[in-house]
Design a protein around this ligand. Structure first.
Ligand code: AMP
Length: 522
C-alpha cells in the first residue's frame, strides 16, 4: 500500500481531516470524539499549549491567550486594512512580525500565523496517525479560492512546520464540487459552490463533464463569515445588557461570554424560531440594585435576520461577479452545493436559493464536504479515480508595471492553469538600455496597489529612440502558483528569465528551524 495522503480542510473556525479507505473518503473522529476540530491554539495558565476543543473550552476565561481565526491573517502584511479591521475585534494582540507580516502574540512569544496553523495541522495529523496506526507525512490542504500566492505559500509552510509534505493546495469550493460530483454520471452539469464558513465567503462556478472538473470562475468576500453574524448579535445583546446594567460592560471575559452566547443562539435559531440567552453574573458594579447583572433575553430568528440583513445582502454581489466572469445567467446553474456551517442558517440558504433560482442540493454535510474533496483529490493523484481530472483557474490576475505606474495584466484572473501568455512592450525613453520587469498580482489598475511578486532587469538593450526597442514578456503560471517570467529583446533575441514563487514572509531556513523545533501539544 502506498503511503497515505490525508485530506485537510484547514478552516477559519473549524478544521476537518479525511483519509481514503478502500478508495472511499472517510472523515475521522478526533481524540475528543468530534468530526471537526476548532482551529484554535491557547496558552493555558500552567504554560501548556493546547489545541482544538481543549483550547475552545478555556477561551472564555483566557481570552487574550486563546488564538482563533488566524487564517484571516495568514500571508498578510501587518499594515493591510483587513488586519487593522480584525485587530479591532479579536481579544488577542496582533503584532508586526520581524518581516512586516501580521503575527500574533501568545504569552511572551510572537508567532507567525503559519506556526499557529501548524499546531492545528499537527493535531489533525495525530488524529489520522491514531486511526491508521502509522506515521503520516503527506497531505492535501484546502484554502479559500480567493487566497493569493502568499497566503497559499504560508499555508504550505504551516504544513511543513507540522512535518507534512503538502502534495497540493486546492481550492475549497473545488474540493466540495469534487466530493459532490465525483460519483455522479451523466450529462455535463454546472455547479455553484456557495461556501459561507466562520470567516470567509466563497462562490465558485464549476463545470463537470466526463470526469473533468473545470472551475469556470471564483469570487468571494474574504471578510464575511459566521464570526460577523456572531458579532452583530453580540453587539445588540451588549447594548441591551448595558442598558439594564446602567454602566458600560468592558471586561474581556464578559465580552467573550456575550460573543459565545450569540454564536450558540445563532446556531440554535437554525432549528428553532426562538431561543433564550442566559448570562448569569455577566457584570458587577452597575447602577441597578445590587450592582450585579444577570442578563436574560429571548432571541428570535426574525430578530437575528433583521440584525444581519446587511450581511445577508453582501452574499449576492460576489455570486453575480462570478456568473458575469464566466458569462452565465444564474438560471443556467444546475446544482447549488452549500458548504460551511453558516449555510445551515435558513436565511442564508434562502438567499442562495433566491440568487440561483433553485433549491440547494440536500444530503451533503457542509462541515465535512471540503475535507472529503481533499481526500478524493489524493485518490486522483494516486491514480485511483480513473479518468477524473481537476482543472483549476488563476484566482488573481498577474502582470507587470508599465509607464505611468499602471498595471498591465498578462494572465487574467480566472484563466485556466497552467497558463502561458505573452505581451510585447516598447521602451519609453530615447537610449533606454534596460527595462525593469516588475511582476504584480491583483486587480487594481495601478501596479503599486497590487502585490509585488518580484522584479528583474533585462539589460544591454541597443541604443535607439523611444518606442523602437521591442521587449516580449512571457508569463507561465503552473498549477502550484509558480510564475515563470521571461523577457526577450525581439531585436537581438537576448532573454532573461526568472522563476517567481510568492514568499510567505518566512524564509526556507525559518520554516526548517520551526519544523525541527515543532513538538505537538507542548
Ligand atoms: P466552518 O468555518 O465551515 O466550520 O463554519 C463555522 C461557522 O458556521 C461558525 O460561524 C458557526 O457558528 C456556524 N455554524 C455552525 N453550525 C451552525 C448552524 N447550525 N447554524 C448557523 N450557523 C452555524
Amino acid at each position: 500500500m502506498s503511503a497515505p495522503i490525508i485530506g485537510i480542510d484547514l478552516g477559519t473556525t473549524n478544521s476537518c481531516v479525511a483519509i481514503l479507505e478502500n478508495g472511499v473518503a472517510k472523515v475521522l473522529t478526533n481524540a475528543v470524539g468530534d468530526r471537526t476540530t476548532p482551529s484554535m491554539l491557547a496558552l493555558r495558565e500552567d504554560g501548556k499549549l493546547v489545541v482544538g476543543a481543549v483550547a475552545r473550552r478555556q477561551a472564555v476565561s483566557n481570552p487574550t491567550r486563546t488564538l482563533f481565526g488566524v487564517k484571516r491573517l495568514i500571508g498578510r502584511r501587518h499594515d493591510a486594512p483587513e488586519v487593522a479591521e480584525l485587530a479591532g475585534v479579536v481579544p488577542f494582540p496582533i503584532v508586526r512580525g520581524p518581516n512586516g507580516d501580521a503575527w500574533v502574540r501568545l504569552g511572551d512569544k510572537v508567532l507567525s500565523p503559519s506556526e499557529v496553523s501548524a499546531h492545528v495541522l499537527g493535531d489533525l495529523r495525530a488524529t489520522a496517525e491514531t486511526y491508521l496506526g502509522q506515521k503520516v507525512t503527506q497531505a492535501i490542504i484546502t484554502v479559500p479560492a480567493y487566497f493569493d500566492d502568499a497566503q497559499r505559500q504560508a499555508t504550505r509552510d504551516a504544513g511543513r512546520i507540522a512535518g507534512l509534505e503538502v502534495r497540493a493546495i486546492i481550492n475549497e469550493p473545488t474540493a466540495a464540487a469534487l466530493a459532490y460530483g465525483v460519483h455522479k454520471e451523466g450529462a455535463p452539469s454546472l455547479i455553484a459552490v456557495f461556501d459561507l464558513g466562520g470567516g470567509t465567503f466563497d462562490i465558485s462556478i464549476l463545470r463537470i463533464e466526463d470526469g473533468v472538473f473545470e472551475v469556470l470562475a471564483t469570487s468571494g468576500d474574504t471578510l464575511l463569515g459566521g464570526d460577523d453574524f456572531d458579532r452583530v448579535l453580540a453587539v445588540a445583546l451588549r447594548k441591551e445588557a448595558e442598558a439594564a446594567h446602567g454602566a458600560p460592560i468592558t471586561d474581556p471575559v464578559a465580552l467573550q461570554r456575550l460573543v459565545d452566547a450569540a454564536e450558540r443562539a445563532k446556531r440554535e435559531l437554525s432549528a428553532l424560531a426562538s431561543t433564550e440567552v442566559q448570562l448569569p453574573f455577566l457584570a458587577t458594579g452597575g447602577a441597578q440594585g445590587s450592582g450585579a447583572l444577570s442578563f436574560q433575553r429571548t432571541v428570535t430568528r426574525a430578530w437575528l435576520e433583521e440584525l444581519t440583513a446587511s450581511l445577508l445582502e453582501r452574499l449576492e454581489a460576489p455570486c453575480m461577479r462570478a456568473l458575469a466572469d464566466c458569462r452565465l445567467e444564474a438560471d443556467r446553474i444546475d446544482h447549488v452545493v452549500l458548504v460551511g456551517g453558516m449555510t445551515r442558517m435558513p436565511a442564508v440558504e434562502a438567499r442562495a436559493a433566491a440568487i440561483f433560482g433553485k433549491r440547494p442540493v440536500k444530503g451533503v454535510n457542509p462541515d465535512e464536504i471540503v475535507a472529503i474533496g481533499a481526500a478524493t483529490q489524493s485518490a486522483i493523484m494516486q491514480g485511483q479515480m480513473g479518468d477524473v481530472v481537476l482543472l483549476d483557474v488563476a484566482s488573481h490576475s498577474i502582470g507587470v508595471k508599465v509607464a505611468g505606474g499602471r498595471f498591465s495584466t498578462i494572465i487574467a484572473r480566472n484563466s485556466m492553469v497552467p497558463a502561458r501568455e505573452t505581451k510585447v512592450f516598447t521602451t519609453t525613453s530615447d537610449g533606454q538600455d534596460f527595462v525593469s520587469i516588475e511582476v504584480y498580482q491583483g486587480e487594481e489598475p495601478m501596479a503599486a496597489k497590487n502585490r509585488l511578486l518580484g522584479k528583474f532587469i533585462l539589460g544591454d538593450l541597443p541604443h535607439a529612440p523611444a518606442g523602437k526597442v521591442k521587449v516580449e514578456v512571457q508569463f507561465t503560471l503552473d498549477c502550484d502558483g509558480i510564475v515563470r517570467v521571461e523577457a526577450r529583446d525581439l531585436g537581438s533575441g537576448k532573454a532573461t528569465s526568472k522563476k517567481i514563487l510568492a514568499s510567505s514572509g518566512l524564509s526556507a531556513e525559518e520554516v526548517d528551524r520551526l519544523a525541527k523545533g515543532y513538538v505537538l501539544g507542548t
